[in-house]
Design a protein around this ligand. Structure first.
Ligand code: DC
Length: 224
C-alpha cells in the first residue's frame, strides 16, 4: 500500500481529531490535529495577557512559541515550550477565544509553515479547517466531515462533562455555532469544502462504522 496524505476538514466538534487518531492508528500514520496548534497560540496569548488586537505583540509572541507533538503511546499530545497543554487547551475558556486568534493571517502563515514541516512527506493524517484547501491542496484523500449541530453540541457537552468540567449545554452549542460562523466567514483561508473533498456526515454513524467507511475510501486511493 503506498502512503498518502489524508486531509480531514469540517465543522467544529464533529469528531475530526477522533477520526484522525483512529485512522493514524489503523494505518500506522502520524496524525496531527491542527486546531490544537491554534488553541496553543490562544493559550499562550491568554497566559501572557497579550491583546490580540496588538499585532506587533502577537507577531513577537509567535517568535516565542515553540509547538511540538509527542506520542505518549496512547496518542499524540501537544507541548508548548516544553509543557504538556493537551488537556488545558480543550477547555471552554480556550474554545471561546480561539476563532478570533485563528483569523489573524500572521498566525495562520506561521502555523501552516509548521504543519508542512511536521508532516514531512507522506503517511500523515491532518485535521483542521483548511488542510485540503490550503495546507495540502494536493492531498490524495480529502474528507469534509460534518454532523447535525445538535448532535455535535451533545457530543462536545458530554465530553466536557465526563472530564469533570462544569458546562452548560446552550453555552457549548452557541460556542460551536459562533466558531463555525467566524471560521467560515474569515478572509484568510476560511473553512470551506475543497472541490475534491468527499463529504462524510456522521450524525447517524457510530465510530466503528465511520472508520470502516473511511478506511474504504483510503483503500480506494492507495491501491490505484
Ligand atoms: O478543531 P478545533 O475545534 O480544535 O479548532 C479550534 C479552532 O481553530 C477552530 O475554531 C478553528 C481554528 N482552526 C483553523 O482555523 N484552522 C485549522 N486548520 C484548524 C483549526
Amino acid at each position: 500500500m503506498n502512503k498518502i496524505i489524508i486531509a480531514i476538514d469540517g465543522h467544529s466538534s464533529c469528531g475530526k481529531s477522533t477520526l484522525a487518531k483512529q485512522l493514524g492508528n489503523a494505518l500506522g500514520y502520524a496524525y496531527i490535529s491542527t486546531g490544537d496548534m491554534y488553541r496553543a497560540v490562544t493559550f499562550y496569548l491568554l497566559e501572557n495577557a497579550i491583546n490580540i488586537n496588538d499585532l506587533e505583540k502577537v507577531k513577537d509572541a509567535l517568535t516565542k512559541i515553540n509547538i511540538q507533538f509527542k506520542n505518549d503511546g496512547l496518542g499524540t499530545r501537544i507541548f508548548l515550550n516544553g509543557r504538556d497543554i493537551q488537556d488545558e487547551i480543550r477547555q471552554m475558556y480556550v474554545s471561546e477565544r480561539v476563532s478570533p486568534v485563528a483569523k489573524i493571517s500572521e498566525v495562520r502563515t506561521e502555523m501552516v509553515k509548521k504543519q508542512r514541516e511536521i508532516a514531512n512527506g507522506k503517511g500523515v493524517v491532518m485535521d483542521g479547517r483548511d488542510i485540503g484547501t490550503v495546507v495540502f491542496p494536493d492531498a490524495e484523500l480529502k474528507i469534509f466531515l460534518t454532523a447535525d449541530v445538535e448532535v455535535r453540541s451533545k457530543r462536545r457537552y458530554e465530553e466536557l462533562k465526563n472530564k469533570g468540567h462544569k458546562v452548560d449545554y446552550e453555552e457549548v452549542k452557541s460556542n460551536l455555532v459562533e466558531r463555525d460562523h467566524i471560521d467560515s466567514t474569515r478572509e484568510h483561508s476560511p473553512l470551506k469544502k475543497a472541490d475534491d473533498a468527499i463529504i462524510v456526515d456522521n450524525s447517524n454513524l457510530n465510530l466503528e462504522d465511520q472508520l470502516v467507511h473511511v478506511l474504504g475510501l483510503v483503500e480506494a486511493k492507495t491501491t490505484i
